[in-house]
Write a protein that binds this ligand. Structure first.
Ligand SMILES: [Zn+2]
Length: 353
């Protein structure tokens, strides 16, 4: 079935491969596999490729302290090393991190300036990822918070008042939550494995002050798969998006909830990711004039993630390409349903669920 048969923007820069470390899960081979899969499996007339410029320091400074930005620049200048247990840098990392944020900004402009670009949806294949980066702290393979920069730029440059960020990475997007937790102008919805890294994202974390009710955490026990994510989308994610009525939908697209991912324990199939992407594209159709910006986060099974991304693009583009794995329907596991009921009970204070 063809939904809309759209042309999708693809943002990529060859220098994204320069930030890398052998044997580290977050290495350049992730993008090389994605590139190969996009070439092989996607009709090339369905995508429009764009190459970004680096973000300006002023762009990054909307969500990070200037002293922190400078400290990353200096650390990279002095060579290779680790900023925390698992977040490495190489001499090129500072420039590549600016280029990574620049990728989401290029994506943002492509979907907002629809008249010029004729694109409503773009996927930035940028590295390093961003959703764990805090205001003044690198962590979890992330240096600058790319989606947070995109949301702030959407407000600064286009005057948007309601932006939704949906984070389907298997890890909680702590940096994004902390950036916007007192801010009703950004709705943050995260599905993530719990317990797992980084340990935040409990059901009770619902925002603070004016932002109370605009953080929606859906922590799911290991083993959650297509049926449980489907239930979470039907019962929580989509109803809340439909009540918030965002003007732009940003996806922190991490493919590490895929069942073959080596760093996590979830059971999503390609079909499950297709379903989530299709649901979000539907919400975008209803509220954002179809505008949807996807930004690469995690995903560490090289072939697996590449296949998932082809299906995500297939879903949002409505291209009707064949799927290797269909959604796996089963009765959602009882203990996971109970966790979801807890989310619903908590979020009922803010939303009609
Ligand atoms: Zn992740």
């Amino acid at each position: 079935m063809t939904l809309n048969d759209e042309i999708i923007g693809i943002i990529y820069h060859p220098d994204y491969l320069l930030h890398t470390q052998d044997r580290h899960p977050e290495r350049k081979e992730r993008l090389e596999h994605i590139n190969a899969a996009l070439k092989k499996n996607i009709p090339q007339d369905r995508v429009q490729r764009m190459e970004p410029e680096p973000a300006e320091v002023d762009d990054i400074a909307m969500v990070h302290d200037r002293a922190y930005i400078q400290s990353i620049e200096e650390a990279c200048r002095s060579g290779r090393g680790f900023l925390d247990l698992d977040t490495y840098i190489v001499p090129e990392s500072y420039r590549v991190a600016l280029l990574s944020a620049g990728g989401v900004l290029t994506g943002l402009r492509s979907v907002m300036d629809h008249e010029e670009s004729s694109l409503k949806k773009s996927f930035a294949f940028n590295r390093p990822p961003g959703h764990h980066a805090e205001r003044a702290r690198a962590m979890g393979f992330c240096l600058f918070n790319n989606t947070a920069v995109a949301a702030e730029a959407a407000r600064r440059d286009y005057g948007l008042e309601r932006i939704a960020i949906v984070d389907w990475d298997v890890h909680h997007g702590n940096g994004t939550q902390h950036t916007f937790e007192d801010d009703p102008g950004v709705l943050f919805i995260s599905t993530h494995q719990s317990p797992a890294y980084p340990g935040t994202g409990r059901v009770e974390e619902t925002g603070r002050g004016r932002g109370e009710g605009f953080i929606v955490n859906i922590p799911l026990p290991a083993g959650a798969g297509d049926s449980e994510y489907k239930l979470a989308f039907e019962a929580v994610v989509v109803p809340i998006l439909d009540q918030y009525k965002p003007e732009l939908l940003i996806i922190s697209a991490g493919q590490d909830a895929y069942h073959r991912d080596p760093l996590a324990g979830m059971s999503l199939s390609e079909g499950g990711y297709y379903y989530m992407a299709e649901q979000l594209a539907g919400a975008a159709e209803r509220w954002t004039k179809g505008r949807m910006l996807l930004c690469l986060e995690g995903g560490y099974h090289l072939q697996g993630q590449a296949g998932v991304i082809v299906q995500v693009l297939n879903a949002i583009g409505g291209w009707g390409l064949p799927k290797a794995e269909q959604i796996r329907e089963r009765e959602p596991a009882g203990h996971i349903q109970r966790k979801l009921e807890q989310v619903i009970e908590t979020q009922k204070a803010y939303w009609d669920l």
